[in-house]
Design a protein around this ligand. Structure first.
Ligand SMILES: [Zn+2]
Length: 368
C-alpha cells in the first residue's frame, strides 16, 4: 500500500472504533488514562481506539482537572508510608521532613523537626530552608494531595530525592505517632510579633522561646534602660530588674526607661510602668535592693541570662563570679565617655570577666 492508502485505512479504522466504543459524553465518563498516551501514540491494548483518541485529545487540548494533576504527580513522585517515615526517623536517617500546610494547620501540630513552608511560598522559600538538592526530602500535608503536587514542583527545581508521605499527617496521627505544637500565640501576639516571623531563623517557634525566656537586668540605668526596652519590645516573657536607686533628674538624659514625672520614684517601679506600657506580655519582677553575696545566688537562679548593666566594679565582679558558679551567661556592657564595650561571657565556653580583667582598678582610678 502506498502512504495515502495507509493513512486512509487508519482514518477509517479510527472512525469504526469510535462507532463501536462510542464517543464519550463528558470527561467524567473517561477512566484516567495512562500518561504514556501523551508520550507515545502506542496506546495500551486494553484501551479502545476511541478512548485512546479521546485521551490524546484531552491531554493536548483540554484544561487539566485536579484529578489530572494528582495522577501526573503520582506517576512521577514515589509515595512513602507513615510507618516507613517513622522507621527511618528512628534509625536516624538523614531525612528532611517538609510540611507544606498553611500556618494555621501547622499551629495545631506538626512532626517534630519538620521544616515548614506553606505551599504558596514553596518556590520562594525552599532554597533558603533546604539549600542542597541531593538530600532525602519527605513532603507531607494534611492528607497527601498537596504534598504530591509540592513534591512535583520540588523535583522540577532539582530536588532529586523527593517523596510524598501518603495519607499526610492525618494518617500519621491515626497511626499513633507523635506531633508537637509550638507555644500557642494569641491573635494579638501574632500581629505584635509579625515582623519577627519574617525572619526565617525566628518564626513563631523562636517567638515562643523568647516568651518563655527569663532575663535579669542588673541595673535600670544607662545600660539597663535601652536593654530593658528592646527586650520588652521583643517579647521576653520575664524580665527581672535589680536596682535600689530612685529616678533623679540627672538620669533622664540617658536612662530612657524613666521620665520627668517619675523623679523620686524607685527605678524598678518606673521601669515596670514603662515596660508594661510597651508590652503587657512581659512579666516584670522587681528587686529593690543592691546585689550582695547574700542575695545574688538566690536571685540569679531563676533566670536564663544575666544582663550586666551595673555602674560599679564590686557589683560587676560579683555578677561575674555568681554567674560563673551558677552557669549563667552574662551579657556585659560598659561605657566611658565616647567609648563602650559589649561582650557575652558564657561560663565554661570561653573566658569570664575576671579572665579579661583579673583585678579591679584601684579605687578612684576610674569614675563609676
Ligand atoms: Zn575567668
Amino acid at each position: 500500500m502506498d502512504l495515502v492508502c495507509k493513512v486512509y485505512v487508519v482514518f477509517i479504522l479510527a472512525l469504526i472504533a469510535v462507532g463501536v466504543n462510542g464517543w464519550p459524553k463528558n470527561p467524567g465518563d473517561i477512566p484516567d488514562l495512562p500518561h504514556t498516551i501523551q508520550m507515545s501514540y502506542n496506546t495500551s491494548p486494553e484501551l479502545g481506539t476511541g478512548q485512546f483518541l479521546w485521551g490524546f485529545f484531552k491531554e493536548h487540548s483540554m484544561p487539566k482537572t485536579q484529578q489530572d494533576f494528582l495522577e501526573e504527580a503520582r506517576r512521577d513522585i514515589p509515595e512513602v508510608s507513615v510507618e516507613e517515615v517513622e522507621a527511618r526517623r528512628k534509625r536516624g536517617d538523614d531525612l528532611i521532613l517538609l510540611d507544606v500546610r498553611e500556618k494555621d494547620e501547622v499551629r495545631a501540630g506538626y512532626i517534630d523537626g519538620a521544616v515548614t513552608i506553606p505551599r504558596g511560598f514553596l518556590e520562594f522559600q525552599v532554597a533558603g530552608q533546604i539549600p542542597t538538592t541531593d538530600k532525602d526530602v519527605v513532603v507531607y500535608c494534611a492528607g497527601g494531595a498537596r504534598s504530591l503536587l509540592a513534591a512535583k514542583v520540588l523535583r522540577s527545581m532539582g530536588y532529586e530525592r523527593v517523596t510524598s508521605m501518603a495519607g499526610g499527617i492525618t494518617r500519621w496521627k491515626d497511626a499513633g505517632y507523635a506531633v508537637v505544637r509550638d507555644r500557642q500565640l494569641s491573635a494579638e501576639q501574632l500581629e505584635r510579633y509579625s515582623r519577627h516571623f519574617l525572619l526565617r531563623q525566628m518564626g513563631e517557634k523562636g517567638q515562643g522561646k523568647l516568651l518563655d525566656a527569663k532575663v535579669l537586668l542588673v541595673g535600670a540605668g544607662g545600660l539597663g534602660s535601652p536593654s530593658g526596652l528592646y527586650l520588652a519590645a521583643a517579647g521576653i516573657g520575664t524580665l527581672g530588674i535589680v536596682d535600689a536607686d530612685v529616678v533623679d533628674l540627672s538620669n533622664l538624659q540617658r536612662q530612657v526607661l524613666h521620665s520627668t514625672d517619675r523623679i523620686g520614684v524607685l527605678k524598678t517601679e518606673s521601669a515596670k510602668q514603662t515596660i508594661n506600657g510597651l508590652n503587657p506580655d512581659v512579666q516584670v519582677r522587681l528587686y529593690n535592693e543592691r546585689l550582695t553575696v547574700d542575695n545574688v545566688m538566690d536571685i540569679f537562679q531563676d533566670y536564663d541570662i544575666i544582663v550586666d548593666g551595673c555602674d560599679n566594679f564590686p557589683t560587676r565582679y560579683l555578677v561575674n563570679d555568681a554567674a560563673f558558679f551558677a552557669g549563667k551567661p552574662v551579657v556585659h556592657g560598659s561605657i566611658f565617655q565616647f567609648e563602650g564595650q559589649a561582650s557575652v561571657f558564657k561560663p565554661h565556653a570561653g573566658p569570664c570577666y575576671r579572665c579579661l580583667f583579673p583585678t579591679p582598678p584601684p579605687p578612684g582610678m576610674v569614675p563609676s
